[in-house]
Design a protein around this ligand. Structure first.
Ligand code: FAD
Length: 464
């Protein structure tokens, strides 16, 4: 009897514990992907990028004689239906750790077992299962340094090889058409714009990893904060959709001579899931509930200018425009842009969290929430709220020759960078942006914005 392999954020063949075990079972395998309400709830860029990943992964399966069966609907119902059509009596998947997916998976497991089927979940998305790293008291860590000290002592094990040909059923159940899912329909910038900046799939991930280890890794620690440079790995979108496993990155980095700083950044990804495991509310609520009383502004006109990359603060605008056009934003720029929204514009971090979730092709439910709460000051091990990034000095320090800002700001330039022009072409018509118009005046002077933030912080301290 066949096994249904339900693929979600694990679109790879190599180092895939579930697939490895399935192949060893010798049973026919039916790979399935389901467009269910959880996936439909993702942001526009994430949905599109997942679809790109499915396309490439489907082709990789086809090269091994298998197919990726696509169905839309409630996961429990789709899986029961497929079991009826194929005679499968087991459904396997790789574990997901964010609250929405976890709640779904618990319900799916109960429904399948209730119907007499076997449901089994596997690790693979993380180096270490979130509960595998625990303090002496058996609780979770709140500080990254202590977490990573403990986690680094564990052995993630060796990556598993990719399987050869897959055992397949005598006949295949019908599949829906990926194009008919229209996963890119909600993209404001359009699929062609993002496609230009994204190369989906396992082979592309592997090439990106080798390229990084061969050339950029040596200067990573020194240059990773400069957004105009291609100095980081660019692996986040591959990790998000499981096109490479963190264990493969870990072991190949070790083989290439190691890189403690880079691996500790991978550790932040692990830490984000560790935090989310112990406090699922992290994804939406202030981790420290004292912040519920902070006088955040809800969505507002300044925040809208921020979303459009029209605040008049060049480093911040460059960051927002970069994300809009490429689906990515450099980490330093994420920190400065998030600080500007939550401090200078005193806007609730969830307004920014939602915009990032809609625009990032590497959107990750744990890293995004942890990143925003870190910047806002409401999270565990967070930067204190009174530490306000100055967008001008940050730009002077990390974009000293202005190359990053020039790449994204077209206004006032006779011959703007093609990416700066692309931003205006990709922006929604309703925004009525004009590259010939003058660059907007600052919505708030850096010093004034900083003072406003500090005043709000002082008020809040008397309330908490
Ligand atoms: P590298 O520097 O090459 O790092 C290697 C890997 O380590 C990354 O691919 C990523 O998986 C992980 N990593 C690095 N930095 C962090 C970090 N601070 N937190 C968690 N993991 C990290 N990352 C996402 O993957 N998805 C998000 O939605 C996301 N949202 C963020 C929101 C804010 C406000 C902030 C401040 C950071 C956010 N990050 C997010 C973290 C970080 O900015 C990106 O992981 C990084 O820029 C990706 O580029 P890279 O792959 O070249 O990273």
């Amino acid at each position: 009897r066949p096994i249904l392999l339900w693929f979600r954020r694990d679109l790879r063949l190599a180092d895939h514990p579930m697939l490895h075990e399935a192949v060893r079972s010798g049973r026919p395998l039916i790979p399935v992907a389901i467009l269910d309400p959880v996936a439909e709830g993702w942001g526009a860029a994430a949905r599109w990028r997942w679809g790109e990943g499915l396309r490439v992964f489907g082709a990789a399966l086809a090269a091994r004689g298998a197919r990726l069966v696509l169905r839309r609907g409630l996961a429990a119902e789709v899986l029961a239906q497929l079991a009826g059509e194929t005679g499968a009596e087991a459904v396997w998947w790789s574990r997901a750790y964010d609250p929405a997916a976890r709640a779904r998976d618990v319900a799916v497991k109960a429904a399948l077992r209730g119907a007499g089927m076997a449901a089994r979940s596997f690790p693979g998305h993380l180096l270490f299962e979130p509960e595998a790293v625990a303090t002496g008291q058996g609780t979770g860590y709140k500080l990254f340094s202590a977490y990573w000290r403990a986690a680094s002592r564990l052995d993630p094990g060796r990556p598993l090889p990719a399987p050869g040909a897959l055992s397949v059923p005598a006949s295949w159940p019908a599949s829906e058409d990926l194009a008919a899912w229209r996963l890119g329909a909600a993209l404001r910038a359009g699929e062609d714009v993002l496609r230009h900046h994204s190369a989906p799939g396992e082979a592309a991930a592997q090439a990106r990893l080798s390229g990084f280890l061969d050339t950029r890794s040596a200067r990573y620690a020194e240059r990773r904060d400069f957004p105009a440079e291609d100095a980081t790995s660019g692996l986040s979108e591959y990790l998000t959709y499981g096109e490479v496993s963190p264990r493969t990155i870990w072991s190949e980095t070790a083989r290439a001579g190691g890189n403690a700083k880079f691996l500790s950044e991978l550790g932040w990804r692990e830490f984000a899931y560790h935090l989310l495991h112990h406090a699922p509310g992290l994804a939406q609520d202030n981790w420290n509930r004292d912040w519920d009383r902070f006088p955040w502004r809800g969505d507002n006109a300044d925040a809208e200018a921020w979303r459009r990359g029209m605040t008049g603060e060049p480093f911040v605008d460059a960051a927002l425009r970069e994300m809009y056009v490429t689906g990515r934003m450099h980490n330093r720029a994420r920190m400065v842009a998030a600080s500007y929204l939550t401090k200078h514009l005193r806007t609730d971090w969830r307004v920014g969290l939602d915009w990032f979730a809609d625009c990032l092709t590497d959107w990750d439910p744990a890293a995004n929430a942890m990143g925003w709460q870190w910047v806002a000051g409401s999270g565990p091990d967070a930067a204190p709220y009174f530490r306000v990034f100055n967008p001008v000095t940050q730009a002077e320090k990390f974009d000293p020759d202005g190359a990053y800002r020039r790449r994204w700001i077209a206004e006032g330039r006779a011959d703007p960078h093609p990416d700066a022009r692309a931003y205006f072409q990709a922006a929604p018509r309703a925004w009525a942006l004009d590259p010939q118009a003058a660059y907007p005046v600052r919505r708030v002077a850096p010093a004034e914005g900083r003072q406003r933030a500090l005043d709000a912080y002082e008020r809040w301290k008397t309330l908490k």
